[in-house]
Design a protein around this ligand. Structure first.
Ligand SMILES: Cc1cc2nc3c(=O)[nH]c(=O)nc-3n(C[C@H](O)[C@H](O)[C@H](O)COP(=O)(O)OP(=O)(O)OC[C@H]3O[C@@H](n4cnc5c(N)ncnc54)[C@H](O)[C@@H]3O)c2cc1C
Length: 559
């Protein structure tokens, strides 16, 4: 039996989405919990994220009179994920457990005082499939006043949502239509009023993942979960094949912590580890990711060292990005999702040909880009835009209609020309090819139907577009000079493969046996979603749910 410096009932490695959820459950059963976070900040990529969780059949849908059921969600998941024989993380048992436990997890958090709600409309990414929901199945945190954390406030990792006015993700997503919608102008007035009130009342509203993890941190601290930052875990302690604790650092020296009921690894993926990327995801640069910096994969390798089997390591939550000069090194990389899904914009490969529905899930978009690249150079691809686009929509963080930085032109990021042919020459594309692509797309706009890729046929594509653009929210001609182009890369918000876990979140060996005492959740694991992304929140949802499931199982095993 190993000697420990300290012993807890349950130890969590990493302060990701599932960590505090598991911690809260353990505390509700009066168990002592320790969360060890490697970095100086709490919350992981989950805090940096939009904080959206995909929770079918959730209590807020019931509250709002939106129909859903286990059966409907199950039909949808099976239709989107298919058999996925090479994705053991997405087994039938795990899908069933996810759909059963996800709404229970949300109820549990509510009982712990974590204030959540739903986004009014965020369609599933394949809403046209059986069981798909147009209203959507998203759960998010209410805005959170970070000042309520007191001295812990500075330890909360900030969200990527940094707006000049305090706003939810849902509100922010409406703002691009500001110039064209009175309703949005009124919304902006409300947000400005909120900012003034916050100043007067001393509130510091945070949104998205920071609101979610801020609320979780508050609840965790209130119930007595112990959380330590700057505490990397380097090793698992294994006795007779069972995980009994971890080795971390305290006061500059190795510190062994025992875990009576188990260790939960919630240490993220390997988004920032170029060696692992090259091995499992060749061709993908760590410079394209938006994951938080602690996402370096060492705990996945440590679990593998103790016999855990890895799967789905090629999967990522792809997100199309466009990187103006200087953006490669910045934390918040501009997404290109809203660009090519908006009217007056298309995506073409380096031969000037369109090759996908520019709406659709970001994961599917990036997969399509990489697949195309196997036969025709498509990394980067080009977003081709016209003056109507530039007048009406944001580009890489700049406002609609605003002058673009001189540097963008000088360094060859933003191309501009008076004709499609001249633009093509700047992109080293055969002018006649780009002309034909644009003419064909414009003919689809005229008939309001995309015969090639059906962009706009599903609710999600239209939701990504511009509600004020008629008759189509997403189809608009590329006809008004000058014409523009920016490069689009298959970035990501994190990796999506890791150790294989069962329906209790226990880590498995290659022969299917359980490694006793070892649980894992989040993107340290092979996702229950396999190689698809069914809806907004398909990463944060699972990290919470499997953290909850792991804690429940550890308690049941104790009894
Ligand atoms: C801008 C952005 C927006 C996004 N929006 C959404 C969204 O709205 N919904 C959604 O589902 N997904 C979203 N994603 C993706 C999602 O945020 C992540 O995939 C998910 O949060 C990963 O959660 P996790 O719990 O697995 O890991 P994380 O939340 O990343 O937590 C892992 C933690 O473990 C720590 N750690 C790592 N190694 C060690 C170690 N050895 N010892 C101790 N600690 C360690 C890390 O520092 C980190 O704090 C978004 C991502 C980004 C970047």
């Amino acid at each position: 039996m190993s000697a420990f410096d300290e012993v807890f009932d349950f130890v969590v490695v990493g302060s990701g989405g599932g960590s505090m959820c598991a911690g809260l459950f353990m505390r509700s059963e009066s168990q002592r919990v320790l969360i060890l976070e490697k970095t100086a900040l709490i919350g992981g990529t989950t805090a940096r994220s939009g904080g959206v969780m995909w929770i079918p059949n959730n209590p807020f849908m019931k509250r709002d009179g939106i129909e859903d059921s286990f059966e409907s969600a199950s039909r949808y998941l099976d239709s989107v994920l298919g058999d996925q024989k090479d994705a053991p993380g997405s087994s039938r048992e795990r899908r069933r457990t996810y759909l059963t436990e996800a709404p229970r997890m949300v109820e549990f958090l509510g009982s712990q005082g974590v204030e959540l709600t739903r986004v009014a409309e965020w369609p599933d990414y394949y809403d046209e499939r059986p069981g798909g929901s147009v209203a959507g199945r998203t759960v998010v945190a209410e805005l959170f006043d970070a000042n309520e954390l007191g001295a812990w406030k500075d330890k909360l990792r900030p969200s990527f949502i940094r707006a000049p006015v305090p706003a939810t993700l849902e509100e922010l997503m409406e703002l691009p239509a500001l110039k064209r919608s009175w309703r949005v102008k009124l919304l902006l007035l409300r947000l400005v009023a909120r900012k003034v009130m916050a100043r007067i009342t001393g509130k510091d509203w945070v949104a998205g993942g920071a609101a979610l993890q801020g609320r979780m941190l508050q609840a965790a601290l209130r119930t007595g979960v112990e959380i330590r930052t700057d505490s990397p875990v380097s090793r698992l302690v294994v006795d007779n094949g069972a995980v009994t604790g971890v080795v971390t650092v305290k006061d500059g020296r190795p510190w062994r912590v025992g875990a009576r009921l188990g260790v939960l690894v919630n240490a993220g993926g390997f988004a920032h580890n170029q060696r692992m990327r090259d091995r499992y995801q060749p061709g993908i640069s760590v410079k394209w990711t938006m994951a938080a910096p602690g996402d370096t994969g060492e705990m996945i390798e440590e679990m593998e060292r103790h016999g855990a089997v890895l799967a789905q390591m090629q999967e990522r939550v792809g997100t199309q990005v466009t990187l103006p000069p200087g953006a490669e090194d910045s934390e918040a990389k501009p997404t290109a999702q809203g660009i090519t899904a908006a009217p007056h914009a298309i995506l073409v490969d380096q031969s000037g040909v369109r090759y996908m529905n520019e709406g659709g899930s970001y994961m599917a978009y990036c997969k399509a880009m990489l697949e195309r690249n196997k036969t025709i150079p498509a990394v980067p691809s080009w977003a081709v835009l016209d003056n109507q686009y530039m007048r009406n929509y944001m580009l890489a963080g700049t406002m609609a209609g605003s002058a673009k930085p001189r540097r963008w032109f000088d360094e060859g990021y933003l191309k501009k020309a008076d004709s499609i042919e001249a633009l093509a020459r700047q992109l080293n594309i055969e002018p006649a090819t780009l002309r034909a692509t644009v003419d064909r797309f414009n003919s689809f706009v005229a008939q309001n139907r995309d015969d090639d890729f059906h962009r706009g046929a599903r609710a999600y594509d239209r939701w990504l577009g511009d509600p004020c653009n008629k008759p189509s929210e997403t189809l608009g001609s590329i006809a008004q000079p000058p014409f523009y182009a920016v490069p689009v890369l298959p970035g990501d918000v994190g990796t999506y493969g890791g150790v294989v876990t069962d329906e209790h979140a226990r880590v498995l060996r290659a022969d299917g046996s359980v490694i006793p005492g070892l649980y894992a959740t989040g993107v340290s694991t092979a996702s229950v979603m396999g190689g698809a992304y069914p809806g907004a929140g398909s990463s944060v949802g699972p990290t919470f749910v499997w953290g909850y499931v792991a804690a429940k199982h550890a308690i049941e095993r104790r009894n």
